[in-house]
Design a protein around this ligand. Structure first.
Ligand code: PMP
Length: 419
């Protein structure tokens, strides 16, 4: 038995399902790898085996693992203590960096996770508009917030219903299919005066990657304006990933509120939500919508995030986009040559391969992906040292630490696969 298998068996006795976040256990019947350390584009399992990583901690590590600049900044910050529960300068430096980068953000509040960001942004949207309903899209994932678990993506895809969430809460969540403006229009026609906000991943990353079709985000902006609802972009994945100005800069559609996480923490636990000054000033203590956090604005997390953003500014997003496109297109060709039905969804440094002959534009089409083919793809790649998300409803994340050597090995491994 491998060390990871052994550790997983122990973990299952101590931690529900053996993991502290469900997708880590995967859907492919293979035990998760226990990771001892990570460097650049690589993770090293407890056994000492190297893996080329395309999960990158589910997005944050866009500069690569253990980036020297981030590590040095953290080592320096560590000399000054780990938590103050009082204001510190790195908070305003990171806030300024985010505000300068994102056109929709004039003020920002730091929290500790993406879930906290979306949960708080929803409360703010409700407090600001005085309305209670919220529109979300099937297959989008906004963290494990009660209001957003209905038809959620990621690890929740296979879970029927929303056990633990009161019916009254579920009833406030209105669902539409991703890329389907007509359904959104119908919801506004029916419930318009009671809808506080549309929450959307401006490029969906939690039913696998599903980019917005042309006009979709613009249409949401128009409908939100028409009915006096807020448009909230959940940029937990796309922020500082699609471009330095996020999806909002990439598509030039400006939301009222933006949720952030992952990259802005540089690998430490951080989330944030920001938006128009007039709306953000409703948050306590400036206003009366209450939200708080013991560890929010933690000096180490702020330092890791700020240093990551500063370093990212010196990186060429177009280069990463081009290289990701080359890799993903070639991967698709390799699989297609084996006679597999394969769809490639690709955007910036993100991609997902679906095993279906039909285009994937929403959750229904994503679910057509052949899970047995995915299982073979995943296990075959992992056996050759390529670390992919163990669930088809996730993205592959490329990074600035990956290079030709890693991409070529990835393609070679795909060529060796037997289906
Ligand atoms: N929103 C999106 C779009 C996400 O992808 C995630 C997590 N993958 C979250 C919110 C929740 O973030 P966290 O896991 O930090 O709570």
């Amino acid at each position: 038995m491998s060390i990871s298998q052994d550790l997983f068996n122990t973990a299952r006795e101590l931690i529900p399902g053996g993991v502290n976040s469900p997708v880590r256990a995967g859907s492919v019947g293979m035990h998760p790898l226990f990771i001892a350390r990570a460097q650049g584009a690589y993770m090293y399992s407890q056994e000492g085996d190297p893996y080329i990583d395309y999960v990158m901690s589910w997005g944050p590590m866009i500069l690569g693992h253990n980036h020297p600049r981030v590590r040095k900044a953290l080592e320096d910050a560590l000399q000054n203590g780990t938590s103050f529960g009082a204001p510190c300068k790195p908070e305003i430096d990171l806030a300024q960096e985010i505000i300068d980068a994102l056109p929709g953000v004039e003020m920002v509040r730091m929290v500790n996770s993406g879930t906290e960001a979306t949960m708080s942004a929803l409360r703010l949207a409700r407090g600001y508009t005085g309305r209670s309903r919220v529109i979300k899209f099937t297959g989008c994932f906004h963290g494990h917030v009660d209001a957003f678990l209905a038809s959620a993506g990621s690890g929740a895809v296979s879970i029927p219903g929303t056990p633990g969430v009161p019916d009254e809460v579920v009833a406030q969540t209105l669902l539409a299919d991703y890329n389907n403006l007509e359904q959104v229009q119908e919801l506004f026609t029916r419930y318009g005066s009671d809808i506080a906000a549309i929450f959307v991943e401006p490029a969906a990353g939690n039913m696998g990657l599903v980019p917005p079709q042309p006009g979709f985000l613009e249409g949401l902006r128009r409908l939100a304006d028409e009915y006096g609802a807020l448009l909230v972009f959940d940029e937990v994945i796309t922020g500082f990933r699609l471009s330095y100005s996020g999806a909002q800069g990439y598509y030039n559609v400006i939301p009222d509120l933006t949720c952030l996480g992952k990259i802005i923490g540089g690998g430490l636990p951080v989330g944030a939500y920001g938006g128009k000054r007039e709306i953000m000033n409703k948050i306590a203590p400036a206003g009366e919508v209450y939200q708080a956090g013991t560890l929010a604005g933690n000096p180490l997390a702020m330092t890791a995030g700020l240093t990551t953003l500063q370093a990212l500014k010196e990186h060429d997003y177009n280069y990463l986009e081009e290289k990701t496109s080359e890799l993903a297109q070639k991967l698709k060709e390799v699989l297609a040559e084996k006679g597999l039905p394969v769809q490639l969804n690709l955007l910036g440094s993100l991609f997902t391969l679906f095993f279906t002959p039909d285009p994937v534009t929403d959750l229904t089409s994503a679910k057509k992906s052949d899970q047995e083919l995915f299982r073979k793809f995943y296990t075959g790649m992992r056996e050759q040292g390529i670390y992919l998300a163990p669930l088809n409803y996730e993205c592959a994340f490329n990074s600035f630490a990956h290079g030709p050597k890693e991409w070529e090995k990835t393609l070679e491994s795909a060529k060796n696969l037997k289906f």
